[in-house]
Design a binder for this molecule. Structure first.
Ligand code: AGP
Length: 613
């Protein structure tokens, strides 16, 4: 996700843009840029220097032309195209008369770009965004002004967008529009503003409204006019803002972890957007491995650390079931020293939110030396692991500020399951109808996870009952086993309570001796295939006095009869069940940690990225 801001009618437009971009850096900080309308020219400066981008931009715009009253600004979290100056927003049309900023993903950018090039346009960047100013330039040829041209252009666009567009031909006008990506607008005196989110504007105005999907906004000094795509006026939804800036950066949530848990439905959709069609056709464009190269793969080796390792364990079931490929899953610090058997027919998949975890990075380098094909699933475009891989699959979760991984783990599972489906298609091990069925359920996970999140108060009530518990076992079978591991890790890392994830079938081989009254056993009893067996394991621990918390699917009365506490989740198929079963375990860990008065965003002893061995 990126941050956009625009202002017209303000004598200090540049300061407003720069201050706003600083407030939006939590949405992305690969690069930043501004464009000002300066009588006969568009003054544009862009900087790609990570977290220093906005401060350097402030330095580099000290010689900006004075008195500009209209401008736009952007801070980027790259999804297409490296995080460099060339790809930084704002982007221009060929003539340099139009500048545009964008947050979102243009799904049909490749076909639109081909159309623009065929019409004689020259695209300079590797982004999906840059097709838009050129498309608007093209539409202007048959339009009566910028508003009509933007309207026509957006009729051709598929995907998610929040945009701001300025043009030399109409110097005090900004045209904005929204589909899926957030957009707010407002006024203060003679100034009119647009932004992705409240923090960017709070110090200028609290008189804001929310722009809804497929609405277009005309911002002029002191006036904001909102219409639908057909040009019909709409009544905007006022936004009553009582937050301070920090609260606004957390979207009003108490902490980033809660905000990021609640971003999970959007992250699922964004990670899929532009990569799958309802027919089941899958486009993993940045994978950079041909159908023949994928078809030559005879073994998969997934390598990761922490929560990313758990996502890899979930993916093992999908690759083996759908693509009929043998899969090893290794913790990176172990993979490096076990002298793995790899060759050019092995696909090594490095899974890493940061793309910088040194154990995972070194494991990728080792795999490349063995001639294996290396693909990286990462949340950070152009990270070290992404740069060195043969192909990448980005998770598009946006920055994850909380040390505990939440939204990025679900996004990793989605990305890996898309890759497993693609391998199944290439190998012909899954009929197209079956692929389409899985794709359809993957799309439905956005709503399923939303529903699971909505049950947070039920989980909080269970956490209150367990406030004195000190010893937790998390049990699961099949795809529920990595879910159990992830639940245990979440609890450990933010509540500092001891928790152990275990395959439920292993209890009788030793751990059952630990079970006694006071021990809490959290069992993942979803996913029809294994439920009977896990419930019999639950009976074993219950008979020995354990307190039993069950993650169970709606309508499961059998599980309800065994549980001391229930964490109910919507039904899904087994291989997709971790995506929604993890949610109540995230929430349980969160509430147990908050009940202990702990800082869930910055837990002791830990760092967001582990760059030491
Ligand atoms: C997960 O909540 C932890 N923050 C940690 O285990 C993390 O998953 C691990 O360090 C791997 O990080 P990466 O995905 O950036 O490689």
């Amino acid at each position: 996700m990126c941050g956009i801001i625009g202002v017209t009618g303000a004598g200090d437009a540049l300061d407003i843009l720069l201050d706003g971009l600083e407030r939006l850096e939590y949405r992305g900080y690969d690069s930043a840029g501004i464009a000002l309308i300066d009588s006969s020219d568009i003054y544009r400066v862009r900087v790609a220097d990570g977290t220093h981008s906005v401060s350097i931009l402030r330095e580099q715009t000290k010689d900006a032309p004075p008195g500009c009253v209209t401008g736009i600004g952007h801070t980027r979290w790259a999804t297409h195209g490296q995080p460099n100056e060339l790809n930084a927003h704002p982007h221009l049309d060929c003539a340099g008369d139009i500048a545009l900023i964008h947050n979102g993903i243009i799904e049909n950018y490749a076909e639109l770009a081909a159309e623009m090039v065929a019409s004689g346009h020259t695209l300079a960047s590797h982004t999906d965004t840059e097709v838009l100013p050129h498309l608007i330039e093209e539409c202007l040829l048959t339009s009566d002004g910028l508003v009509e041209a933007v309207r026509k252009a957006l009729e051709k666009v598929r995907g998610a967008f929040a945009i701001g567009v300025v043009s030399l031909a109409e110097p005090d006008l900004i045209v904005a529009a929204r589909r899926i990506s957030p957009l707010i607008v407002g006024t203060a005196g003679n100034a009119s503003f647009l932004a992705s989110d409240i923090p960017a504007l709070l110090e200028r105005t609290r008189d804001l409204v929310v722009v809804e999907d497929d609405q277009i906004v005309e911002l002029r000094p002191g006036s904001v006019k909102i219409t639908d795509l057909e040009g019909n006026p709409v009544t905007p939804r006022p936004l009553v803002v009582e937050w301070d800036v920090e609260a606004a950066q957390k979207d009003g949530y108490d902490d980033f972890m809660t905000k990021e848990m609640n971003e999970q439905p959007r992250v699922i959709a964004d990670t899929m957007r532009g990569r799958v069609e309802s027919s089941g056709r899958i486009f993993l464009d940045q994978l950079d491995l041909s159908r023949e190269e994928l078809a030559s793969i005879t073994k998969v080796s997934i390598v990761a650390c922490g929560s990313s390792y758990h996502a890899g364990l979930v993916a093992k079931y999908a690759f083996e079931r759908w693509a009929r490929l043998p899969v090893d899953v290794d913790i990176a610090s172990e993979f490096r020293y076990r002298d793995p058997v790899l060759d050019s027919n092995t696909l090594v998949i490095g899974v890493s939110q940061s793309g910088e975890t040194v154990d995972s990075l070194q494991a990728m380098r080792q795999a490349k030396q063995s001639n294996a094909r290396v693909v990286v699933v990462s949340n950070v475009v152009d990270s070290s692991m992404a740069r060195e891989a043969d192909g990448v699959l980005y998770t598009r979760a946006g920055p994850e500020i909380g040390v505990a991984a939440t939204k990025t783990v679900l996004a990793q599972i989605i990305a890996l399951e898309l890759l497993a489906l693609r391998m199944a298609q290439v190998r012909g091990t899954l009929a197209e109808g079956a692929v389409a069925e899985v794709v359809s359920e993957l799309w439905s996970l956005e709503g399923t996870v939303q529903e699971a999140l909505a049950r947070d108060e039920d989980v909080a009530a269970v956490a209150r009952e367990l406030v004195d518990a000190r010893d937790f076992f998390f049990l699961g079978r099949h795809a529920g086993f990595p879910t159990a591991l992830e639940g245990a890790l979440k609890l450990k890392e933010i509540s500092y309570l001891h928790a152990e994830g275990y395959p439920a079938g292993e209890l009788k081989h030793g751990p059952l001796a630990v079970i006694e009254p006071g021990c809490v056993v959290v069992a993942v009893a979803t996913g029809g295939e294994m439920k009977e067996k896990i419930l019999s394991n639950v009976s074993e621990v219950k008979a020995r006095g354990a307190t039993v918390v069950l993650v169970a699917e709606d309508g499961d009365t059998q599980a309800a009869s065994l549980a001391d506490y229930l964490l109910m989740v919507p039904r899904t198929s087994t291989l997709l069940s971790p995506v929604k079963d993890i949610v109540p375990l995230q929430q349980l860990a969160y509430h147990l940690a908050r009940n202990r008065g702990l800082d869930v965003d910055r837990p002791r002893n830990l760092a967001k990225t582990v760059t030491v061995e």
